[in-house]
Design a binder for this molecule. Structure first.
Ligand code: FE
Length: 309
């Protein structure tokens, strides 16, 4: 039903004027230095104890140097004293393995771009996971926790909203789930029943040095219709309401400014601006739904609504 509604809206959506910056597909690979290319593209190894993250233990996230995808959380880093950064756990789905060309080791690569990261060793007994992801510093960038922002957007079908932010530069994580209801850990069926009060919500974690909260909020207001009450297109019900669950006063100030601009443009905005509360991630099959099912069409096509676009 949802796929049907998406396709139907695409047909009607072609008459809309889309922004010059369209959501999705704006993620580009970073240019690499010869040293980075040697490791990331050609599977080289940096000299032990020379990498910039060997002794880094601050809170934050390690992302792929080439594509920016999150790879490891700082909580997984441990002192293996092997000369390279070591992690006992990768972020789910972030890292792929394959037999190394040397016929002995297991190579690890970024699951998003295929860039070489290092090697996986098991059975060494370092930590409870008994795994050591031995990673070249040069294959990663470290984003300290104070540079990471989080916001929760509800704007109709979360498959669509997640897809839009998943492909936005600076977004480290977009996760579908539920917020704003009265029960704990609701199921998809619970939320669809309309009795729990939750909205289909996407948690967006972002690198504030790459994308600002205002830029993300503008995308949100332009990929869904903030004037529709308890619906987006053919998806109807309170779970499809337009809401932003904010975390800080600064975020609220930005949101109120954007709503004022939209109202001045003639939009009767119904988007609720409410403090964030408990977020309940949806089941795995809802995550990355469009990418995993190779659905490219979307009814959440970005439409210009701000004069400065
Ligand atoms: Fe990558």
């Amino acid at each position: 039903m949802r796929q049907f509604s998406s396709y139907l809206l695409i047909v009607t959506g072609v008459i809309l004027i889309t922004c010059s910056v369209v959501n999705g597909d704006d993620m580009k690979y970073r240019g690499l230095t010869p040293e980075e290319e040697y490791v990331i593209v050609h599977g080289g190894t940096e000299i032990p104890y020379t990498g910039r993250y060997v002794d880094t233990f601050e809170d934050g996230v390690y992302v792929c140097r080439r594509c920016g995808s999150p790879l490891f959380r700082s909580e997984a880093k441990f002192g293996a004293h092997c000369g390279w950064p070591a992690f006992d756990l990768a972020i789910e789905g972030a890292v792929e393995t394959r037999p190394d060309p040397d016929g002995v080791r297991t190579e690890i690569l970024c699951a998003s771009c295929g860039g070489h990261l290092g090697h996986l060793f098991t059975g060494e007994g370092y930590t409870e996971t008994d795994s050591r992801h031995c990673v070249n510093s040069i294959s990663m960038d470290f984003i300290p926790a104070d540079r990471i922002g989080t916001i929760f957007f509800a704007g109709g079908c979360f498959w669509e909203v997640e897809n839009a932010f998943e492909h936005t530069s600076g977004v480290l994580e977009a996760l579908s789930g539920y917020m704003g209801g009265t029960t704990d850990n609701p199921s998809y069926a619970d939320v669809c029943s309309g009795t729990t009060g939750h909205a289909e919500t996407v948690k967006v974690v972002f690198d504030t040095s790459v994308v600002t909260f205002k830029e993300l909020a503008m995308i949100f207001f332009e990929i869904h219709d903030p004037t529709q009450v308890n619906r987006q297109g053919l998806d109807t019900g309170t779970q499809y309401r337009s809401s932003v669950f904010y975390n800080t006063q600064e975020q609220l100030t930005v949101l109120e400014e954007l709503v004022r601009i939209l109202v001045s443009q003639g939009y009767e905005v119904v988007t609720e601006l409410v403090p964030a509360c408990d977020f309940w991630p949806a089941d795995d099959y809802h995550q990355n739904y469009f990418d995993n099912n190779e659905i490219r069409a979307s009814c959440h096509t970005r439409v210009c609504r701000f004069p400065q676009d």
